[in-house]
Design a protein around this ligand. Structure first.
Ligand code: ADP
Length: 455
């Protein structure tokens, strides 16, 4: 079963890593030490044996034995437990010092080192040197020393490793746990805060001290995400309340018309007038609902924008279809359109975009001229709709593309403030931009830039 807490997992992992490192390290040190100590023992035995061999005199194949083996020829101190003997080639002991060496002189054909132990005796390391004269064996020199000191050293090392390893592993696990706890503390704070956040209250922020590490970046990212969410929720709520307010106005007007008309019997022309009024309100309501639907839909809907649209022709047609409306207000409507401008897109959408702009120009121009211009500008299609109308006050300019924003609602009774918001949404869907330049009482220019090709 996996531990549920990251801290515990981290601690276990740290401990396991340290444990395996220690195992490898301990084994290496132990075996290296064992090897080195045995090699040192062997070489000291070899030196002792060669000193004894050097003390032997061989004359005409006859071995002259030294008086005693106890004294080292160079006068060095004798290690405790050291033993030596000289044997005749047939195994007979000729001289001996220290305890007897128990090993029977086997395999005497060459010089060898070997370990030997018998029950009740400390284990010995024995070095056998064969002494020859003109190729004939004349004597065998054996030196031996107990391996106990080497073993003691190794045992001490093992004990240290066995005591230190668990301590180190526990310390590493504890360290890992504490480190993970410290590193994860902000994560806990985030979890708690996330529990507090609800759709109703998005104002909570993590507000953790800013750090450049992973957790710090995560906290900052979450905070900025919350900020965006809050802003979008606020916009959404505003949108809903504006929408219901806008829908209520024509409905209230319709109720009033019906209520007033039904108060008494009316003449047929009065009924006709009431029906006309109702039709007007219904149209307004329908326009509003359609605009709302479009705004909501294009937030989520992916439209097929692969049809090649001839923008020049499209604009010509729109201008012509709106000419009667402009002329009805005695406005001069003209156009200057570059040939062969086209774009991959969706016809309805583009019509809605330009009709909205032209409709505004006509609506907000009491007298004068309206001009529609279209040109190509390094990979962009630029469409300007310029009028000489009432203009937009400087302080409203930056807001006119917001949903439901209307400049001084008294300037016009119709309109919902959704036209330019929709226009902007369409332009952005094409990867383009829409901007406005305006001077109050002097006129307005709406500029749309659309990339010819969308990437
Ligand atoms: P509306 O339905 O009120 O026209 P829009 O979103 O189309 O809403 O426009 C937002 C506001 O921008 C309008 O209330 C209007 O005052 C102002 N506006 C838009 N176009 C023009 C223009 N060509 N000239 C002057 N004012 C304009």
């Amino acid at each position: 079963m996996k531990p549920r807490s990251l801290r515990v997992r981290f601690a276990v992992w740290t401990a396991l890593v340290i444990l395996s490192v220690l195992a490898v390290f301990g084994a290496t040190v132990y075996f290296r030490m064992e090897h080195d100590l045995s090699a040192a023992l062997d070489s000291s035995l070899r030196v002792s044996a060669s000193q004894i061999v050097a003390s032997l005199n061989i004359e005409n194949g006859q071995l002259q034995l030294p008086d005693s083996l106890a004294e080292q020829p160079n006068g060095g101190s004798i290690p405790s437990g050291f033993r030596a003997r000289i044997l005749a080639p047939d195994g007979q002991v000729l001289r001996q010092s220290g305890e007897p060496i128990p090993q029977p002189p086997a395999a005497l054909g060459s010089s060898t080192s070997a370990s030997y132990s018998t029950a009740g005796e400390p284990p010995l390391r024995i070095y056998t040197a064969l002494v020859t004269d003109s190729g004939h064996p004349v004597a065998i020199v054996q030196v031996a020393q107990p391996t106990a000191p080497v073993q003691d050293t190794l045992d001490t090392l093992l004990a240290i490793l066995l005591v230190a390893a668990p301590l180190l592993v526990i310390a590493a696990g504890l360290g890992g746990y504490l480190l993970a706890a410290k590193a994860l503390q902000p994560v806990d704070a985030m979890t708690q805060m996330a529990r507090r956040i609800s759709a109703e209250d998005l104002t909570a922020r993590l507000d953790l001290p800013q750090t450049e590490d992973e957790v710090g970046r995560l906290a900052a990212t979450l905070d900025s995400m919350l900020e965006r969410l809050e802003a979008s929720f606020r916009r959404e709520r505003q949108f809903t309340s504006n929408a219901s307010h806008e829908l209520r106005t024509p409905l209230a007007a319709m109720q009033t018309i019906i209520g007033v008309t039904r108060q008494k019997r009316r003449t047929p022309p009065e009924y006709e007038q009431a029906l006309d009024d109702l039709t007007e309100e219904t149209n307004r309501l329908r326009g509003l609902v359609e605009a709302l639907l479009r705004l909501a839909r294009s937030d989520t809907e992916v439209l097929d924008r692969t049809e090649r649209i001839d923008i020049t022709t499209l604009l010509e047609d729109i201008v012509e279809s709106m000419r009667p409306m402009a002329e009805g207000k005695n406005l001069q409507l003209s156009s200057m359109l570059e040939k062969d401008m086209s774009l991959f897109g969706q016809q309805d959408e583009l019509i809605r975009l330009f009709v909205n702009l032209l409709d505004n120009a006509i609506k907000y121009t009491p007298s004068g001229t309206i001009e529609v211009r279209a040109t190509k500008e390094d990979g962009l299609l630029r469409i300007d709709v310029e009028d000489t109308g009432i203009g937009i006050p400087a302080e409203d300019l930056q807001h006119v593309f917001e949903r439901f924003y209307r400049v001084g609602p008294s300037r016009s009774t119709e309109g919902s403030g959704l036209g330019l918001a929709l226009a902007q949404q369409i332009v952005e869907a094409y990867g383009g931009t829409i901007s406005t330049e305006s001077q109050e009482r002097n006129g307005t220019t709406m500029t749309v830039l659309l990339p010819e090709r969308r990437h």
